[in-house]
Every structure is written in structure tokens, then in C-alpha cells.
Write a protein that binds this ligand. Sequence first.
Ligand code: AHG
Ligand code: MN
Ligand code: MN
Length: 336
Amino acid sequence: MVDMSMTLTRFIMERQELHSEATGEFSMLLAQIGMAAKMVSNQIRRAGLVDILGVTGDTNVQGETVKKLDEYANNVFLDVMEYSKLVCEIVSEEIEGVARLSRSCKGRKYSLLVDPLDGSSNIDINGAVGTIFSIHHRHDETLDLIPDEDLLQKGSEQVAAGYVMYGPSTILVYTTGEGVHGFTLDPGVGEFVLSHENIQMPAQGKTYAINIGNRSQWHHSIRQYVDYLCEADPESERPYSLRYVGALVADFHRILLEGGIYMYPGDREKSDGKLRLLYECAPLAMLAEQAGGNASSGTESILEIQPTDIHQRSPLFIGSREDVSLAEKFIREETR
Ligand code: AHG
Ligand code: MN
Ligand code: MN
């Protein structure tokens, strides 16, 4: 039974009380992310009704066409962060360089890395979309401006990470390194309510997610691994079922709750795959590991990759511990 009084804000405040050194700024930051998520959610629910569907005609820094809701969500996160005066630097999928919200950031402790609208190709078909976020410590909070390199932190340094899924319900899932917790938006009262406390991923799942249309470009090991998952062997509960939404947040949400593996491998055409390390792979990797799962580039832990560019991509294999480790084994055997 869901305790309707355990809202996101109350949960964050109660957790904060366990940390005597906490100033409350971090709790406020998480609450502000919840606020931005509610605004984006509200707009998405109205998307079919207002003239917001369709593309803006611009392309983002990745060379992809920007949908109007991408732009809207990006602006919401920038505006909410600007008013809150809690973060200084923002890395967003929609912005080429590091966005700096103020010239005088002395004392601000955090930076935000965000994919404001993930899975945007689903917008026009009323499919699920999401937001992914990651929070870093500014290495030197006494500085007004920190160098761009400060944003190039390994995933293992993240202070917090999470996502919002705008599906049949809007759900916000986050971790601060003390478990993974999910909150469902009650649209009647406009509050996120604790619905999934301490999520644990099964050690092995029954589903896999990959864009099989890229098969002709895959390396041999990926074909072999996917063929293995499709073989019938009741003892190891194969074949696995294929589930692919085409929005990373929605695909990952299934795997977080039910186990299995999501893959966006590098291939012959795109050696690093498609997904961005800092605001797609790393935050989901922190959630996966906190829930007892794993995340790998195929050859190394996502959380241990040293980024060299804010928009860099990485292959991603994420999900149940045993499924990810078997994928890594197939990859190791090909490269041996
Ligand atoms: P975004 O909409 O933020 O650009 O992300 C799209 C990503 C991700 O959500 C999804 O898993 C992946 O693109 C799907 O890619 P394919 O269409 O190549 O399968
Ligand atoms: Mn995305
Ligand atoms: Mn996006």
C-alpha cells in the first residue's frame, strides 16, 4: 500500500536529517528537479492539444533534428536552475558548450548534466519519453567560474543521478548512492509520491533490448550474443523476449524493475554507438549499480570511463549483473 503522505519532498527532507553536515542545498536541488519534471510532464500531457508537436527546424549539437518539446524541456531545466541559484554549470544534450547560469558562482556546490528530453522520436506517436540527469560536485566551489574540464568527471564521482519517465504515469527515479527510489506523480495533487522504495534488479532477466535494425553493422560478438539469447533452452530460461521502446529511459525502466539487458553497442559504422556518456550512460549506470545491476561499455565499467568531451558517446550494456557479464564475455572472446 502506497503511503500518499510520503512525497518526494518529505522523503528528501527525512533523508537529509540523517546527514548532520547537510546544508539543505542538495535537498533543495533534488526538489527543484522534481519541479522541472512536473512542468515538462504537464506540457507533454498537453502536447497533442497544443501546437507543440513537430520539429523546430533546427538541429542540435549532435546534428539531430530538434523537436519542439526538446527545446521546451531544455528551457524548463535552465530556467528552474537559474531561479534556484543552486547550480552554476549545466551540460545539456541541447547545448553545444557548457552553459553557465551566472558569472558569480562562488559558493555553489553542484553542476547539472541533463538529457532534457530522451526518446524524442516517440513524441509524435504518443509514446513514452524521459529526462535523464546527473549531479556533480564542483571541484572548487570557491571559484566563480570553473574550467570546462571540471565537468569531465568519471561516473563514479556523481553525487546523484536519476531519470523521469513520462509514460502512462510520470515516475521519477533517483539515487544519491543510498539505494534507488521511485516516485509516481499523483496528477490530482501534483506531488510525486514514493511508490518504489529501494529498487533491486534481479540478477538475471528474461528480456533484451537492442535496435536489431543495426544488425548488419554489428561486430561478430554482438550477433553471437543476441543469437544466444534467442536460442531455446528452458533450463537457462531462453529464448529471451525482445522489448524495444526506442526511448532509453523507458527501455531502462523495464530492465531496472524486471531485469534483463539493454544494449547500444559500438558497430562498424559508429565505433562508440549512439548514447552520450555524461548525461545518458553514466547516470543510468549509477542507478543500475545501486540496484545491484551493472553497466559496461563492453570492455570497461561505464562508471570508470574518464570523459574527454562533454558530448562524447559510449557503447552501453546495462542491466542485470549476470546478463551484462555474459555480454562482456562474448566481447572479450572476439577481441582475444
Ligand atoms: P534522444 O531522443 O535524447 O536523442 O535519445 C534517443 C536515444 C535513446 O533514447 C534511444 O534509446 C536511442 O536513441 C534509440 O536509438 P535508435 O533509434 O538508433 O534505436
Ligand atoms: Mn537521449
Ligand atoms: Mn534528448
